[in-house]
Design a protein around this ligand. Structure first.
Ligand code: PLP
Length: 426
């Protein structure tokens, strides 16, 4: 008899906090044919994406896209704004803050790393005290991880901004939103963040492989005098090429198709609804955990993450063994404990593409209607002039027009998410 453990049937449940489930609509967008990245169609795609990204980051400044995972965007944030020997202020909120600090040290930056317990977020009074002490403005940047993916703790950004402002300190403010963007409210411009770091594989519902820097005027000015070595990650050439809709290197064309679709999905749903949905899923998960009588890692309810929940197992229980059993029995992947939390906890990701969206008939109808309208307008723009020409040709020479039609269909069908084999001729 076949073992269930080795041959699970049905859908795999990817409940790790990123990469998240890629919805079918994005998968269909990804499998369009790759086009010329120096052609006019590509330029249109890029300009639409850059415009949409501003809405997602809530900024009016540039958003730089990298064909790299989130770590690449971390590096870009440092390399574009700082010089060797610069002092930066960072906070030990968990594994990812620790990794970003390690990277800063490798770039010969001097890191003032405020210790933390991995159960709570950045303390704004601590930020204020550190900056107030720094009378000669040696600190060049304050760097914070908005949502610590290793702990399920969200640091509140506006009070940190206020703490910086109260000291009138000129340090740049950099925020890692890799597991919060497009899941929790985040406002690059209003919160006066100078560099926002983000990645594709979480709230944006894309596969891994793209990452982002949203950049303020102040950060752009800092980049003019920053002396850390940079080439591929340099903002200036990318921003200059982006103005025309291009990149200074070969971009990830198909991931950009996916990003275009992801932005459309998020804006159709409305960012406020996206954030409310994540809040609902976060609260539902926490209530379930309490019912199981297990302990949340996050010690402060005001800092509970809405994109993931980290759950401690009682002493003497191996969290990785538990995860293995869940995978074998239920075909569900849960997040592992990272760094010093290895084996002690598991994490449930509840960010990104929602199954529940389709469970709500009214919302599904709204989305279907928006999608139909979008496709109809694309068809009118791209196909209608050609269809009219063919109709005129048919009136003049019916036999020749029919012959032409069988060679080259004039109407590729309304659903353009996949052009080609499944399209139906008129
Ligand atoms: N920062 C945070 C908060 C993360 O969650 C991650 C990855 O999960 C990273 C940085 C590193 O990003 P990547 O693994 O995409 O390079």
């Amino acid at each position: 008899m076949l073992s269930l453990d080795d041959h699970p049937s049905g859908r795999h449940f990817l409940q790790i906090p990123g990469p998240t489930n890629v919805p079918d609509r994005i998968l269909r967008a990804l499998d369009h044919p790759t086009i010329d990245h120096r052609g006019p169609e590509f330029a249109r795609l890029t300009l639409e994406i850059l415009d949409g990204l501003k809405k997602i980051f809530q900024t009016d400044g540039p958003v730089v896209i990298y064909p790299a995972s989130g770590t690449g965007a971390w590096e870009a944030a440092l390399a574009n704004t700082l010089s060797p020997g610069d002092r930066v202020l960072m906070f030990e909120t968990g594994h990812f803050a620790t990794l970003w600090r390690k990277m800063a040290a490798r770039f010969a930056l001097e890191v003032d790393f405020v210790p933390g317990d991995w159960r709570s977020g950045v303390d704004p009074p601590a930020v204020q005290a550190k900056l107030a002490e720094d009378k000669s403005h040696v600190i060049k940047a304050v760097m914070v991880v908005h949502n610590e993916t290793s702990t399920g703790v969200t640091s509140c950004i506006p009070p940190i901004r206020e703490a910086i402002d109260r000291t009138k300190h000129p340090a740049l403010f950099m925020v890692d939103t890799i597991s919060s963007l497009a899941s929790m409210d985040y406002r690059h411009r209003e919160w006066k963040v100078d560099v926002t770091v983000a990645g594709s594989q979480k709230g944006l519902m894309l596969p891994p492989g793209l990452s982002f820097n949203a950049v303020s005027e102040k950060a752009l000015a800092a980049s003019k005098s920053a002396r850390l070595p940079r080439s591929y990650f340099s903002w200036d050439e990318i921003i200059a090429s982006n103005r025309e809709g291009y990149f200074p290197y070969t971009p990830s064309t198909n991931l950009l198709y996916g990003l275009h679709e992801s932005i459309a999905m998020l804006l159709e749903e409305g960012l406020a609804n996206v954030f409310a949905r994540h809040a609902r899923h976060g609260e539902a998960t926490r209530r379930a955990v309490r019912t199981w009588e297990l302990e949340l890692l996050c010690s402060n309810p005001a800092e509970y993450s809405n994109s993931l929940t980290a759950i401690r197992l009682p002493d003497g229980h191996d969290a990785d063994r538990f995860r293995r059993i869940v995978l074998e029995r239920f075909d569900m992947s849960l997040g592992t404990g990272l760094g010093k939390l290895a084996g002690k906890l598991f994490r449930i990701g509840h960010l990104g593409s929602p199954a529940s969206r389709w469970a709500s008939p009214s919302r599904a109808c709204r989305i279907a209607r928006a999608e139909f309208r979008r496709r109809w307008s694309i068809w009118r723009r791209d196909q209608l002039p050609r269809a009219k020409r063919s109709a005129r040709a048919f009136r003049r020479k019916p036999a020749a027009a029919l012959h032409n039609r069988s060679q080259r269909p004039i109407f590729t069908g309304i659903p353009p998410a996949r052009c080609g084999s499944d399209s139906s001729p008129a």
